[in-house]
Design a protein around this ligand. Sequence first.
Ligand SMILES: Cc1cc2nc3c(=O)[nH]c(=O)nc-3n(C[C@H](O)[C@H](O)[C@H](O)COP(=O)(O)O)c2cc1C
Length: 283
Amino acid sequence: MISINFEKCKHCTVCINRFKGYCISNENGNPKIDYMICNQCQKCIAICPHQAILMNGKQPIKIEKPLRIVADDLKEFLKRRRSIKKFKDCKIPREVLLEIASVAKYAPNQNKNIEIIIIDDLELINKIDRSALKFVLRLYNIFFSMKFLTSFIQLFSDSLPTIKKKMEFDLHINKHVVKENTQGLYLLIGNPKVPVTESSAQYLLSTMIIYAEALGIGSCLMDSLKLSINRALAIKNALRIPKGNKVLGVLAVGYSNECIVNIPQGYEINTSWNRKNTETIVE
Ligand SMILES: Cc1cc2nc3c(=O)[nH]c(=O)nc-3n(C[C@H](O)[C@H](O)[C@H](O)COP(=O)(O)O)c2cc1C
């Protein structure tokens, strides 16, 4: 809930000028928030020169001096990040796990109701792993025992053999879905029926991944776990995931046990300028 602290407000009208005709109006020189329109984006808080606008009664932190980040270093850091799929048998202190979760609130987020569950209980991680493996087995049996189904799917997607191989690897060789020595799982929980919840969760995760890397913690997104947890009622109940809510994303973390020495250059993301077909633009 956004509120204005009129003891601090200097009636400078910065917020009114920015949002007039929309969510902040001028009421005899005082800013007035229209709560019907306010979507709690917190931009008014970010621009108020007097720190007079609060979210949930909390004072914003004043930016004292510009931050100098060397773009080349940041780019190099992003280039070197890799998903880590093998961790060291080494516990991550809870303060560090919490620290990673704490940056999620600074990510672009249109849904303020997303929750984070941190799982660092290795026994619980094991249970999730076993339930995920059962799920993979069930899915495998359903899919690949029905020839007509696989042939039908193959008409639309050529990734079926890869999926089959991956499932067989998890089932028979790896015998795990959770990555070796995973020390923590972050589960992002929310109601997927609320617009933009699912995509907001992905931005929270991206921010956490980058910050974890900066703290020397490796991570891997785990959509396979997301799917299986959402289907395993026992796990959902054990984690007390409220009815109607779902796991929107899972991030596994640990100290990396992989030696990354190269930056792969395989993928190109097709990028083009103003690609428009003038004939299809509706005037
Ligand atoms: C949305 C998403 C879901 C993913 N889910 C899994 C997963 O379930 N299991 C897994 O081993 N890796 C998973 N990954 C990690 C990818 O395998 C990895 O990002 C990809 O191989 C690229 O590697 P990089 O992150 O090192 O560039 C996922 C990645 C993304 C973006």
